[in-house]
Design a protein around this ligand. Structure first.
Ligand code: LLP
Length: 426
């Protein structure tokens, strides 16, 4: 459920009509709903209770500081994968004690940043990284709290590019080697073992792969405890999928997921950490765009909108489906005709949807790409020198720009000429 509904024939974000935001900020623009973010966070928190738990929002899904602040104020922790994400979580007021640092290639500078600023736990992905982290922490007079990310060799059954728990994927250490690496970790001066970490992929639409992986995790926890390690936390990663098409998809609910976690891991007396991104913010955001032109081709009709692959890359990159809806609700019984919805970027890949049945939409009409709150703005670029897409947060009847669209002057000012090019262009 989300808070983007038609009222009197106009699509609203909570109590704000989307045309009002489009008129004030221009298009394309991302619009997020505070109420949806809060609802989805609470669904996870309730699903895991009464187990001791921390829901760490995966910052990579939406790193706007206002979004992070919304979740942080509700008590969420954060899962970060770069120095930049760590600083964003901090800027949102989230204390280091609620920040988990993940990622397959942390640099020494990033390790120093997180250890110096405070971190709940570092999820370590290789022996080389473990030794490096120990050296950095020991040099700072600290012991880094760690969980080792183990790769369970389970196929998440998701898109190939976002499945991460197979032995052919670059993530984690093979679960078969975990015992030996934990034994080494126990001897390192800058390391304190606190738990085990796992993340098998994103946009999972079945519970079975999670359950298979978590059973392996439970077995490993027992073995490691018998070896004398303190396994107080289990970080289960993120990955629960969302319905992208309003018609036929029904991925498991957070409550189903929570019940499975309790069944498989509840007896271990561990604190459970999860790292959901998409389920919390995906359906909490839409991308609003305007139609620039209709074009009648020889083979098909095109709807050219002012959003493009640089603003929302998921269709071009993963062949992902996003529902596209008119902001002004068509009259009942309006006929729909198939169109290709495309952006202005100079690649055929800049296609959001092929042969999508839509009502007639003339130049200037507003459309909303649904389920765009996760992996939308964060993956945006300025390709084709298009300004980075702005973001707006709605709360009840209020809205505010939480990332402004840069001006062309600001974009140009970031480039500088080398000294040997001074003088007039010729
Ligand atoms: N934890 C770790 C270690 C991750 O790598 C990820 C996502 C998550 C948590 C959050 O997963 P979620 O709950 O959002 O599924 N750009 C792609 C998705 C990439 C996911 C990468 N890792 C997309 O647009 O579908």
């Amino acid at each position: 459920m989300d808070h983007f509904l038609y009222r009197d024939g106009v699509l609203h974000a909570e109590d704000v009509p989307l045309p009002e935001i489009a008129a004030a900020v221009g298009t394309p623009v991302y619009v997020y709903s505070t109420a949806t973010l809060a609802r989805h966070y609470r669904l996870f928190a309730e699903a895991l209770a009464p187990l001791p738990h921390l829901v760490c929002f995966a910052v990579k899904a939406n790193s706007n500081v206002a979004v992070l602040r919304t979740l942080g104020d509700l008590g969420a922790g954060m899962d970060v994968v770069s120095g930049g994400e760590y600083l964003r979580a901090k800027a949102a007021g989230v204390p280091g004690s609620r920040i988990v640092y993940s990622g397959v290639g942390k640099t020494v500078a990033e390790m120093r940043l997180a250890l110096g600023g405070g971190v709940r736990q570092v999820n370590v992905e290789s022996e080389a990284e473990l030794r490096q982290l120990s050296a950095v922490a020991a040099g700072m007079g600290l012991r880094a709290p760690i969980a080792l990310r183990v790769n369970p060799d389970v196929d998440a059954g998701s898109h190939d590019k976002i499945s991460t728990g197979r032995k052919t994927d670059k993530f984690g250490v093979p679960i078969s080697r975990a015992r030996a690496i934990y034994a080494e970790a126990a001897t390192l001066p800058g390391i304190e073992v606190v738990g085990i970490d796992m993340h098998i992929g994103s946009q999972l639409t079945e519970l079975a792969p999670f359950e298979a992986a978590y059973r392996k995790l439970a077995d490993l926890a027992a073995v490691l405890r018998a070896d004398g390690h303190r396994i107080a936390r289990l970080d289960l990663g993120g990955g629960l999928g969302i319905p992208y098409a309003q018609t036929n998809e029904a991925p498991p609910l957070p409550s189903d997921y929570g019940a499975m976690v309790k069944r498989v891991l509840g007896h271990l007396d561990c604190e459970i950490e999860i790292e959901p991104g998409r389920l919390i913010c995906g359906n909490a955001g839409v991308l609003v765009a305007s139609v620039i032109y209709e074009k009648h081709g020889e083979d098909r009709d095109f709807l050219i909108v002012d959003a493009a692959m640089n603003d929302l890359v998921r269709p071009a990159m993963y062949g992902a489906h996003h529902d596209i809806v008119p902001v002004i609700e068509p009259a009942p019984g309006t006929a729909r005709a198939p169109v290709d919805v495309v952006g202005p970027v100079c690649e055929s890949g800049d296609t959001f949807a092929r042969q999508r049945p839509l009502p007639p939409l003339g130049a200037g009409a507003l459309v909303a790409f649904r389920s765009a709150g996760a992996y939308g703005a964060v993956m945006a670029s300025e390709y084709n020198s298009r300004p980075l897409v702005p973001e707006v947060l709605v709360s009840g009847g209020d809205f505010a720009v939480v990332r402004a669209r840069p001006s062309f002057d600001e974009m140009l000012a970031r480039d500088t000429l080398p000294p040997w090019m001074s003088g007039e262009a010729g």
